[in-house]
Design a protein around this ligand. Structure first.
Ligand SMILES: [Zn+2]
Length: 153
């Protein structure tokens, strides 16, 4: 089975259509490449830069309320995770690390399926449980952060 294939209409090839599986593989690669392109400012792990230019981003919820949102720290979590500093990545946002891991695992799984692999009949139940566990981690981490028990590094 091919990942890429021509999409035809009336016998005329219009272009290349990507399957959901192929898009999942590309999403996994894109997530890792994007996280690798965003770099920590040397000597300042809290701030990020892209192609040498510092990102001047302030979370609108943090700016307006003084409290972090549930996703604060996710970009830094991805940036540090792809650089191998998992401990620092988890301190920024554990749900961010889990999300990146899920995107990469899903891309690997979809790539395997595209090459003839197969899933057990009730694999969807594992995906639903994984998504539910992620929401609990995301919102639970946010609650702990708001309570002062899971501070940013
Ligand atoms: Zn935020």
């Amino acid at each position: 089975m091919s990942v890429l294939g021509p999409a035809s209409s009336g016998g005329v090839v219009r272009g290349v259509r990507l399957s959901f599986g192929a898009l999942s593989v590309l999403a996994a690669i894109g997530a890792v490449v994007a996280a690798a392109l965003v770099q920590p400012v040397p000597g300042d792990p809290d701030h990020l830069m892209v192609f040498g230019r510092q990102i001047q981003h302030v979370c609108p919820i943090l700016a307006s309320t003084g409290s972090p949102c549930a996703s604060c720290g996710m970009t830094r979590a991805w940036v540090w995770a792809v650089r191998g500093d998992l401990a620092l990545a988890l301190r920024y946002n554990a749900a961010g690390v889990a999300l990146l891991a899920a995107i990469v695992a899903n891309g690997a799984l979809r790539g395997w399926l595209l090459n003839g692999g197969s899933l057990p009949r009730r694999a969807w139940a594992g995906a639903v449980l994984g998504a539910a566990a992620w929401v609990v981690l995301w919102l639970g981490g946010w609650g702990l952060r708001l309570a002062g028990l899971y501070p940013m590094p």
